[in-house]
Ligand binder design. Structure first.
Ligand SMILES: Cc1ncc(COP(=O)(O)O)c(C=O)c1O
Length: 424
């Protein structure tokens, strides 16, 4: 599962984007985190930074248009409703869903995944049924399934991770052939290994076997074009805050017929058509799944983030990030005592995860911070994957559209400083 050294080295000079101009959109990047140490932010897989366009859209909304949505017929409520629903339209177009009714606002990818487990899972699973997950999943695509399985008793199978950091597709095919699989729920891109899973083929295979597919798009939707109709995926979950949008807003895409058939997730205002003391009937999609006052300013911010990413072009974003990530893998592979995890560069995206000799990842990360370099340490909410890797914790540098090869040089310099401190 250790990464092979890439064959070529590239620089940002071939990037299709004007990164200097893009960096100027992100006010937070222009600071020193310690005296003389400029911020080198390499933790976007945890949460990305927000451009001024997103901040301004939210501020404008809060200063001019805020009221509760859908319920009022006064001017501000109508403006707030229009802003909130316009953002839904933008998100629909961004992932190429057929209908705005298929776009549900949630708090984050975690809530989107939980919604499907609790609503679809409870209605459709029972003893004898099988759900297929993978060994590389984030806890948000493991724990909700464990909770429901322990309550209603179905079987979970896990697609193993190969020594190359890829999903073992032979075992996946065997599960589909030999087991009564009702749903496959896997991540599109790994937040630890960077593996880009071959989800188009996996979805086709699952459908041929009569199973539905949910994709955890938390690490793919921010970085590459995800087209739900081209993929024919049944559910897609992602978070706003990893794609230049604010925290507190996420999306669940679901095919309309599936969402229509599913029971509500939470009860309360907005999600009902009629309530009597004897019972309730449900509102139409998407409101059936949006109980209570939603995160309105955050939806507006996510709409602005979608505009921003679309303006740059998702293909350009991916191309730029690949240049930076390839350069990082190249430079990191030359550091003595450093172990890189994940597949070959052409099968991955966006993150470089490593350990340094026998230093604890937290110690490495703390020393990198002294140099102004922000990376993340720990199990990255993927404990089973770390068990598979045979390490308790790793350090992860993750890249987004505002990162440069100079940021990678700063990372390498900081690692050299850490090596000196530890006498390596
Ligand atoms: C692959 C993956 N799935 C799901 C999540 C959960 O996202 P959130 O915490 O925004 O719900 C993350 C967050 O790191 C992730 O990387």
């Amino acid at each position: 599962m250790r990464t092979q050294k890439p064959m070529t080295q590239q620089t940002t000079s071939t990037s299709p984007l004007n990164i200097e101009q893009i960096r100027a959109d992100f006010p937070i990047l222009d600071q020193e985190v310690h005296p003389g140490k400029r911020l080198v932010f390499l933790d976007s897989a945890a949460s990305s930074q927000k451009p001024r366009q997103v901040i301004d859209a939210m501020t404008y909304y809060l200063e001019h248009d805020h009221a509760n949505v859908h319920r009022g017929i006064h001017t501000l409520s109508e403006r707030a409703t229009a802003a909130y629903e316009d953002a839904r339209d933008k998100i629909r177009a961004f992932i190429n869903a057929r209908s705005r009714r298929e776009i549900l606002y949630t708090r984050n990818a975690t809530e989107s995944l939980n919604l499907v487990v609790a609503s679809w899972g409870r209605a459709n699973l029972g003893p004898g049924d099988v759900v297929v997950l993978s060994e590389m999943e984030h806890h948000s695509n493991l724990v909700p399934w464990h909770m429901l399985r322990d309550e209603i008793g179905f079987t979970i199978r896990y697609i193993p991770v190969t020594d190359d950091g890829l999903l073992d597709l032979d075992t996946y095919a065997r599960f589909l052939r030999e087991e009564p699989v009702k749903l496959v729920s896997v991540m599109h891109v790994s937040n630890v290994l960077g593996t880009v899973n071959p989800v188009a083929d996996m979805i086709r295979q699952a459908h041929d076997a009569g199973a539905l597919v949910m994709l955890d798009g938390a690490q793919s939707v921010p970085h590459l074009k995800v087209d739900v109709q081209a993929l024919d995926v049944d559910f897609l979950a992602f978070s706003g805050h990893k794609m230049a949008g604010p925290t507190g807003i996420g999306i669940l895409y679901g095919k309309r017929a599936l969402l229509e058939a599913m029971p509500p997730y939470m009860g309360g205002g907005e999600m009902i058509k009629r309530v009597t003391l004897d019972g309730s009937t449900w509102n139409d999609l998407p409101h059936k799944f949006e109980a209570g006052t939603p995160a309105i300013a955050e939806a507006v911010g996510l709409g602005a983030a979608v505009d921003y990413l679309t303006g740059l072009g998702m293909d350009n974003i991916l191309a730029h990030e690949q240049i930076v990530a390839d350069y990082a893998l190249d430079r990191l592979s030359e550091v003595p005592g450093l172990t890189l995890y994940g597949p070959a560069p052409d099968q991955r995206n966006g993150v470089a995860t490593f350990t340094l000799a026998d230093m604890h990842a937290h110690d490495v990360t703390q020393l990198l911070d002294v140099e102004g370099v922000g990376v993340r340490a720990g199990h990255h909410c993927a404990m089973p994957l770390h068990q598979r890797l045979g390490v308790a914790a790793t350090a992860r540098a993750s890249f987004y559209v505002y990162n440069t090869t100079e940021d990678v040089d700063a990372l390498i310099h900081a690692i050299e400083q850490a090596r000196t401190v530890f006498g390596l």
